[in-house]
Design a protein. Structure first.
Lengths: 494, 182
């Protein structure tokens, strides 16, 4: 028995793994003499991986017994993951509390996590999917608890781990049920076909799929399993909180999108209840994220609740995408998911980057540290204002385009209740973000002067990139929308 | 021969093994002494391994014994013995929110039973098992062919877990005043 391996398809992931191993080994050999080498090495690795990815061609291909595939949407999601990883590496360079811990290993583990997420996006096989989800989770637990002498970081890592382990067990149960009734195939589209051919009762599929959804809900931080999000974001190193809120979620969303396309038989008996379950999750995420978010006094917790609310919006896009396409052949919903994810990358990472900088300068993440920030650090305050308004969905930013597309898709597909909840929570979320602006611009700065430390250049580069994405695509969204439509066109091919 | 057991004895053995597995799993949860819980966990793992043997999955049974009993259970016992005061009678061993836990567990059980009742009992969904031979060879071959990528991803995962464990557990050798023992 011999198999053909198309190495080109696997090359981006292999590059990331190889780069991580090189960083570990260089650190072992050169020790402190090569202290600053890990960042350039990681950036080169990411650049090579992205270049290899974009040279794959846009057509659907799969390899190794059809267990690993790429297509346009997979490349899109992977590029988002890599871009997020790149920005996070720049942020980690400017995050002071980390400097007491081994940094090359930190960088290497981030690259390994990126490769795991890349495998998640590209897996077409049940076993590969589960293994890569676990891979991404385990590396994330380590990274969240990386500052082990810090009680909050240890708590963040442990909470993330406990939530992850239990929801992963539930998800595995769902996978096992689906595997059993599909007659022992592990190829995901083949499993979906077998579910139809074996004439499985819809109630069984809904329950098995519900168990899988519990695991994915943990991965993206949507409502049933959202409890870890605030504590983990608050305690974890800020760059890792940003990493979990963007790259990890993007990979989870990609998996959810694929699983729905491949495994759920496109028939009304399952789609109806399933739409209801997802709608409940989306609405609850949006409402809980905005209302509880308003009460938060810590900026990282506030961003965590805002992340929960944003996942609710992405879920609207997924719901529309999975229903609408069966009726008319239009993929408005999926296009909106891709646009939302790309926009969310820039505005959320930008907000985290500024919070990271202000945390370094003022030494804290509580709201009172931001009192009168506009008079002391006008540039940082202005930038934070831009990113927060983008998260709220104010017009000249990409946040508006993203929210507009999702809500338009929902209205066009007659999901009026979802659209109404989305619009209402958008209005309320404006209040959530405006509270920070009020503290920065209206309140008087505290009496005692806090020593301000210089901000390292990589952090500025990260912020510049995020600002460019947020404003450029907000003012001129054409290319992004075209690219998203281009990527979605092929998503049904297997 | 895979059906050397007579049809009468087979179900009997299955129920006996199930009773051992489930009974000791329940004891894991209700025992007040965490060390006893760990010992019952080993018994439960043994029951699962024996069930694998009755299903002609000898390799899985061996792995179950090696990994779950040989590694995981022993690790749990080590962790208990190395943790101070964890088996102290004053330390509460059960969770406070057991009513909620029981409710969620019962809900999950209900859904799973409900789901399995939807399946027709006569249709075999599972694929043909390897008859009258060693399942280990085809398993190894599949790992090296169709499931090559997950296999390799797991090996990278182990590297990452190893590095992470070392970083999280090692005692930092710091220069200066922070170097003192904790």
């Amino acid at each position: 028995m011999k198999i053909d391996i198309n190495w080109a398809l696997l090359s981006p992931e292999l590059t990331l793994i190889g780069g991580a191993l090189v960083i570990f080994i260089v650190d072992l050999i050169f020790r402190r003499r090569a202290r600053y080498l890990h960042l350039p090495l990681a950036i080169i690795t990411l650049a090579v991986a992205s270049w290899l990815l974009s040279s794959l061609g846009w057509n659907y291909q799969s390899t190794v017994a059809d267990s690993f595939f790429t297509d346009r949407a997979a490349i899109f999601f992977k590029l988002i993951v890599y871009l997020g990883t790149f920005i996070i590496l720049l942020l980690a360079e400017g995050y002071r509390p980390l400097s007491r811990y081994p940094l090359p290993e930190f960088t290497g583990l981030i690259l390994l996590a990126a490769s795991a997420m890349s495998f998640m996006v590209s897996s077409k096989d049940l076993i590969l999917l589960y293994v890569s989800i676990e891979f991404a989770s385990i590396v994330s637990y380590i990274l969240a608890g990386y500052m082990r002498d810090n009680v909050e970081s240890a708590e963040a890592g442990l909470k993330y781990f406990l939530f992850g382990a239990s929801s992963s067990a539930v998800m595995l149960m769902g996978f096992a049920l689906l595997f059993y009734v599909s007659g022992g195939v592990t190829n995901l589209p083949a499993m979906g076909q077998a579910l139809v051919e074996n004439n499985i009762h819809p109630a069984f599929i809904i329950i098995a799929f519900g168990l899988v959804a519990v695991g994915l809900s943990y991965k993206v931080g949507a409502v049933p399993i959202h409890g870890w999000v605030p504590d983990t974001y608050q305690g974890a190193p800020t760059p890792i909180a940003a990493f979990l809120s963007v790259s990890s979620k993007v990979a989870g969303i990609a998996v959810l999108l694929r699983i729905i396309i491949w495994l759920l038989p496109q028939e009304s008996a399952i789609m109806g209840p399933w739409t209801m379950i997802l709608s409940f999750s989306a609405m609850a995420s949006m409402i809980l994220g905005t209302t509880v978010g308003i009460l938060q006094m810590n900026l990282k917790r506030l961003l965590a609740y805002s992340a929960i609310a944003h996942i609710g919006f992405v879920l609207i896009g997924i719901i529309v995408g999975m229903n609408y396409v069966t009726y008319t052949g239009n993929d408005f919903g999926k296009v909106s998911v891709l646009i939302y994810v790309a926009g969310y990358l820039f505005m959320n990472l930008g907000a985290f980057a500024i919070v990271n900088m202000i945390g370094n300068a003022t030494g804290g993440y509580e709201l009172h540290h931001y009192r009168g920030l506009a008079s002391r650090k006008p540039v940082l305050a202005l930038l934070l204002a831009v990113f927060l308004l983008a998260l709220a969905g104010i017009p000249p930013t990409v946040g508006f385009i993203a929210k507009f597309y999702v809500l338009a898709a929902a209205i066009k597909a007659d999901f009026i209740a979802l659209a109404v909840v989305g619009i209402l929570t958008s209005v309320v979320s404006l209040f959530l973000y405006a509270r920070v602006l009020k503290v920065m611009y209206m309140d008087k700065p505290p009496k005692e002067e806090i020593p301000s430390k210089p901000i390292p250049a990589p952090s500025w580069a990260a912020v510049g990139l995020c600002l460019l994405g947020t404003l450029l695509w907000g003012i001129y969204p054409g290319p992004l929308i075209h690219f998203a439509k281009f990527c979605v066109k092929q998503i049904w091919l297997q | 021969m895979s059906y050397s057991l007579s049809e009468l004895v087979r179900p009997l053995i299955f129920y006996l093994l199930s009773f051992i597995t489930l009974g000791s799993a329940i004891m894991v949860v209700v025992k007040r002494n965490i060390f006893h819980s760990a010992l019952f966990l080993i018994l439960s793992f043994f029951g699962v391994a024996a069930l694998f043997i009755t299903l002609d999955a000898e390799f899985l049974a061996a792995v179950q014994v090696l990994v779950y009993i040989g590694a995981i259970a022993i690790l749990i016992l080590f962790a208990i013995m190395l943790t101070r005061r964890i088996s102290d009678p004053l330390v509460r061993q059960t969770t406070r929110s057991y009513i909620l836990g029981a409710f969620v567990g019962a809900l999950l059980l209900f859904f799973l039973i409900f789901a399995l009742l939807q399946l027709s009992p006569t249709t075999p969904y599972a694929p043909q098992t390897v008859q009258g031979g060693d399942a280990t060879y085809p398993l190894g071959e599949l790992l090296m062919t169709n499931y090559l990528i997950p296999f390799e991803v797991i090996s990278v995962l182990l590297v990452a877990a190893l590095i992470g464990a070392i970083i999280l557990a090692r005692r930092e050798k710091r220069t200066g005043k922070r170097g003192e023992k904790r």
